[in-house]
Design a protein around this ligand. Structure first.
Ligand code: ASP
Length: 441
């Protein structure tokens, strides 16, 4: 069997994993064998890898707005009782906020115990300008779009969700007269899911290019200086993923954490390599609905909402970073300050979308609230790219875990699909030479 034949027989998960490992290897090799070589930099690092990686991320982002809109309209237009939506909303937001508070509390406790900032060397260079933390009032008002087209053009997820919900409810309320619009959206949703499947086929190459470029360029020196901070943050992130989410799945929904984690592999790898919860929305949606058996009614609402308001990994970084910076600068924080950190980090995660690096912007808001110097951010910036990847994986795992819990409690989770290890394991192959087969044959 040739290498190409073997490659085509692999599952998508294995292909993405191979792409990722091969990318890391290529990056490390190129920085070792050709450090700063202008040819390699021009044609590979900033050439081929940049182009493929950027196209991959752009294609994922391209899916997000139409996918959220069509699937959420589909989810709501089949509703018989719009009040169930209110219950779903309260439950989801409640659990999202609860997990974020638990996450940041674990992070702060871990950091107070290990003291990562004690004796840290203070070599902050760049300065950081903080934006104001969004107030709860503004976050709530900002959820309503004055112009839905504008909301879609700017990718404002909360506003798109709000409009899609109202639009879907109105279709349902229109009865027979709204049927055609409902059918149109059902069909659009099918087409969007096909588009996701189509683009998944380029994922292994996209992931390879992203990793190859990142590992050629990334500064490893900073990690050695901040080893305690780095290891502690990774440890609390993994603890939250394995302990908090897994016990919640078991206790609140009676679901097997092992099955859940196994089926999350693809989504976790995507989140890890893109460092963006937003760009991972299509894969998270596909995972919870096709592999974990959550109905579209729940997943179309909880996943985009989670990618925007539920960023536990990011909140944990802010908890550890705040303690780290306060220790590094020798500034004591009291109980009240820590409560402020929890509140601000939670609010900041509600008001900011999940895109790469946004955690640092949110950290600036948190530091400002408790009067810590913003130069502290420069201390940890060097290691943030790698940590961003890990925390994004935690962010989306949290969204999917809460989605399963909410779906189970609403009777919207198909247990057979959840427990079936084979459910949607093979990627949907799209034969580009024989499109429209059903109609023409
Ligand atoms: N990259 C993260 C996300 O998209 C946000 C962050 O922590 O910077 O979820």
């Amino acid at each position: 069997m040739t290498v190409v034949q073997r490659w085509t027989m692999l599952s998508l998960t294995s292909k993405v994993l191979v792409g990722m490992l091969f990318g890391v290897f290529t990056g490390l090799l190129s920085r070792t064998l050709f450090p700063f070589d202008p040819f390699v930099t021009t044609y590979f690092t900033d050439g081929l890898f940049l182009v493929i990686g950027k196209i991959f991320i752009t294609c994922l982002k391209m899916l997000v707005v139409p996918l959220i809109f069509t699937s959420l309209v589909c989810g709501t237009c089949s509703l018989r009782d719009a009040t169930s939506l209110g219950r779903l909303g309260f439950k989801t937001v409640g659990i999202y906020l609860m997990t974020t508070c638990i996450a940041i509390s674990i992070a702060i406790l871990g950091a107070l115990l290990i003291e990562p900032g004690a004796g840290a060397n203070l070599e902050g260079t760049s300065t950081f300008a903080a934006k104001e933390a969004p107030s709860l009032v503004n976050v709530i008002i900002g959820m309503f779009p004055s112009n839905p087209v504008n909301a879609m053009a700017s990718g404002n997820t909360l506003q798109i969700i709000m409009f899609a919900l109202l639009f879907g409810i109105s279709i349902a309320a229109s009865g027979d007269k709204g049927k055609k619009t409902a059918d149109l959206f059902m069909s659009l949703n099918e087409v969007m899911m096909k588009l996701v499947a189509l683009l998944m086929n380029i994922a292994p190459y996209g992931v390879f290019a992203l990793m190859a470029r990142l590992f050629t360029e990334i500064e490893f020196g900073a990690i050695a200086n901040l080893a305690k901070y780095f290891v502690l943050l990774v440890a609390v992130l993994i603890t939250h993923l394995l302990v908090t989410y897994c016990s919640m799945l078991k206790i609140l929904a009676g679901l097997s954490p092992r099955v859940f984690l196994r089926k999350m592999e693809d989504a976790i790898m995507f989140a890890f390599s893109t460092a963006s919860s937003n760009a991972t929305i299509p894969i998270s949606m596909e995972t919870v609905s096709r592999r974990l058996g959550v109905s579209n009614k729940v997943s179309s609402f909880t996943i985009p909402l989670g990618a925007t308001i539920n960023m536990d990994g990011t909140a944990m970084m802010q908890g550890v970073a705040t303690v780290f910076i306060s220790q590094a600068f020798g500034i004591e924080l009291g109980m009240g300050d820590y409560l402020t950190v929890i509140l601000t980090a939670t609010l900041a995660s509600v008001g900011t979308a999940g895109v790469p690096g946004v955690g640092l912007v949110m950290l600036a808001m948190v530091l400002q609230q408790v009067g810590l110097p913003l130069e502290g951010i420069a201390l940890i910036m060097g290691v943030d790219r790698l940590l961003d990847m890990v925390r994004t994986a935690v962010n989306i795992t949290g969204d999917c875990a809460v989605t399963c819990i909410v779906a189970k409690s609403e009777g919207e989770l198909d247990l057979d699909t959840f427990n079936n290890p084979e459910a949607a394991t093979s990627e949907e192959k799209i034969d580009v030479h024989h499109l429209n087969v059903a109609e023409t044959s």
